[in-house]
Write a protein that binds this ligand. Sequence first.
Ligand SMILES: Cc1ncc(COP(=O)(O)O)c(C=O)c1O
Length: 410
Amino acid sequence: MTYSETSVPAAGKLAAEERSFDTIHDRSQFGSAKWANQWDEFSPRVQGDGLVSLWTADMDFRAPEPVIARLREAVDHGIYGYTKRDPAHYDIVKSWFERRHGWSVGVETLLPAPAIMPSVAAILRTFTQPGDGVIVQAPVYSPYFQVIRDNGRNLLINRLKLVNGAYELDLDDFERQAASGARAFLLCNPHNPAGKAWTREELECLDALCERYGILVISDDIHCDIRLNDRPHIVYSSISDGAAARSFICTAPTKTFNLAGVPAATLSVADPKRREELFQVMQASFMLNANYFGRLALEIAYTSGDPWLEALTPYVRENVRLVCDVAASGLPGVLPMRPDASFLVWLDARELDARVDGVHRFFVERAGVNLYDGRVYGPGGEGFIRLNVGCPRSVLAQALERMTSALRSL
Ligand SMILES: Cc1ncc(COP(=O)(O)O)c(C=O)c1O
């Protein structure tokens, strides 16, 4: 089944207030990392006061109303004991991926997981040995570096090639890394920070090399659902039986529905032996009890969240357009990369970076806008900044206005 053949409920069925992503919510009171506790490796003293905060990857929107209602019921119930994921969740997850992405995943391949990164760590610890090489494609989501290094594996960086303002694979370099002792490849699909959805052809090229060098593929699909153009999300394991056999697909509703604080994830492991082995390791690590709220949020989001997502997507798309328009007219030296998916915009600010001696610090100090410093994303991120457009348009407009004024006064 393809996405267009499905009967996704229309956005019009949402209550008007729920469709309004324009409302500004004060997020400072509940310890929000994005608003109350701002820091990163390069700017440890960035503080929230007066800053417009467009950095870490959650959104400033309320979750879908059915999710909130269910969580409210659970809060009011008042007993927050141990929970397990319901076996019915496998059908719910299958149905979600079938209707949103045309991926017909076998329910028997699915495993419950607490979140994406603990799962990546568990997979690495189960199927690779200390010292084994693990490939990542930089610039990339920085905890990838950490999960590889902190688990004693050897980080192998395959730099993406920047061609005419867009990223392309460097397959020659990938092969060099593959031949240098790689045992696993941690794929970000779609890619964070650039929001690039890898094509079937690109994934097939990577898979041919992974097959040749006996490399396992851990695919992190957390950003797959917010699709901003008609490029489909291709799930790695759907490209061939061989790709399915050597891959681990990691999914979660947390980015899609803004549920990072109530996490739950689902893995698909097609190879039965590896699935059993991973299950045993996760069990031995006590990873299988579900988060009480995360379990409920996943269930309701995947069953009732389509109208909300249908309303969110054009809003995010319009925010991306605003960034591109303002950058073209008022941010000389800042070139946005249009994402295929996600609510993140990767800005090539290398020219400005050189002019102002550090573009991230410049926008924090001179504009009062906190973006993510591209250096966090590793080699190739220098001089870039990542802007999170998952916020009310007026907040984004204010940030862009401040950035424009700061540049004007240079
Ligand atoms: C690509 C990517 N993977 C994983 C995560 C985090 O996932 P989790 O919180 O489920 O570990 C993020 C969060 O920003 C992300 O961008």
